[in-house]
Design a protein around this ligand. Structure first.
Ligand code: MLT
Length: 257
C-alpha cells in the first residue's frame, strides 16, 4: 500500500529527551500547552497538529490510523529523531498504538491518554458514519455544539473547545470519522510492546470509560494505570498537573529501562 504522508505543522517546547504529544479528535496541539509548560525542563516536547487540524494540511484522504502514523514518521525523520516517547490522546492514542505496531524500533516509551485498544463496535461504526453524513449536510456546527459537553463537564473548558471547533474544516472531520470507523483492533499488539507504557484515564470520561484503560494495562508488559478520578475525556486541560506527573513518571521509566 502506498502512503502519501503530509508535512505536519508542529510546535516545540523545552529541552531534553524527545517526547511527541498527539492530540485527539477534533482538536489541535494547543490542548497540550498547559502540561508542557509544567515540564519544559524535563523534555523536548514536539506538538504536531495532525493532518486536517490546526495549521496542518489535510491531504484529502480518509485519515486511517496507518496513514496518520506515516505523517508522524515523516515528522520524526524531518527532525532526525531516531527514537521518541510518543504520547497520544484518544484518537492520538489510536495512532500511538498503530505506530507501536508499525515502527516498534522508533519508540522509547508510549503514553495513552483517555484512549483504548478496541476497534469500533458495529453500532459505534454506524453512528460515526452517520455523523460523517450529518456533518456533510449540516456542517461543523454539529460538532461545535454537541461535542464539548461530552468531552468535559467543566464549563470553562467547554467554552474553549466550542471556540476551537468553529475553526474546523468540514472535510477533515469527515475524513477522521471515517478513519476511526475503520481502525483495527489494537489489543493483539499490546503484549508486543516492549517499552514502558503509561495509561492515563479519567474516572468521569463519558467517551472512553476507565474500564478500557484497565483492560489495556492487563495486556501490557510494562504498562501502568494513572487514574485521575475527577477528570473526563480531557485530563490535560482538566487536571494538567496530574497529567504532567504521569508523563514525568513515563520519562523516568524510559530513562531507567
Ligand atoms: C477523540 O477524542 O479523539 C475521539 O473522541 C475518540 C473517539 O471518538 O473514538
Amino acid at each position: 500500500m502506498e502512503f502519501r504522508p503530509v508535512e505536519l505543522f508542529f510546535r516545540e517546547e523545552g529541552e531534553g529527551v524527545p517526547v511527541v504529544l498527539l492530540h485527539g479528535f477534533p482538536l489541535d496541539h494547543s490542548i497540550w500547552l498547559p502540561v508542557v509548560r509544567l515540564l519544559a525542563d524535563r523534555a523536548r516536547f514536539i506538538l504536531p497538529d495532525l493532518r486536517g487540524y490546526g495549521k496542518s494540511p489535510d491531504g484529502s484522504e480518509i485519515h486511517t490510523m496507518r496513514l496518520l502514523v506515516e505523517d508522524v514518521l515523516l515528522l520524526l525523520d524531518r527532525l532526525n529523531l531516531e527514537r521518541v516517547i510518543l504520547v497520544g490522546h484518544s484518537m492520538g492514542g489510536y495512532v500511538g498504538l498503530c505506530f507501536s505496531h508499525s515502527y516498534p524500533n522508533r519508540l522509547a516509551g508510549l503514553g495513552l491518554v483517555a484512549s483504548q485498544a478496541d476497534a469500533d463496535s458495529p453500532e459505534r461504526r454506524q453512528a460515526r458514519l452517520r455523523t460523517a453524513r450529518d456533518v456533510r449536510t449540516k456542517g461543523v456546527d454539529l460538532i461545535a455544539h454537541g461535542m464539548p459537553s461530552t468531552l468535559t463537564s467543566r464549563e470553562d473548558i467547554q467554552a474553549q473547545l466550542h471556540d476551537m471547533f468553529h475553526t474546523l474544516r468540514k472535510q477533515s472531520v469527515i475524513n477522521s470519522l471515517k478513519g476511526m470507523a475503520e481502525r483495527m483492533d489494537a489489543n493483539p499488539w499490546l503484549d508486543q510492546i516492549k517499552v514502558p507504557t503509561l495509561v492515563i484515564a479519567g474516572g468521569q470520561d463519558k467517551i472512553i470509560p476507565l474500564r478500557k484503560a484497565q483492560e489495556m494495562v492487563e495486556l501490557l508488559n510494562k504498562g501502568w494505570l494513572f487514574e485521575i478520578p475527577e477528570a473526563g475525556h480531557m485530563p490535560m486541560l482538566e487536571e494538567p498537573e496530574r497529567v504532567a506527573e504521569g508523563i514525568a513518571q513515563l520519562i523516568s521509566a524510559v530513562h531507567d529501562n
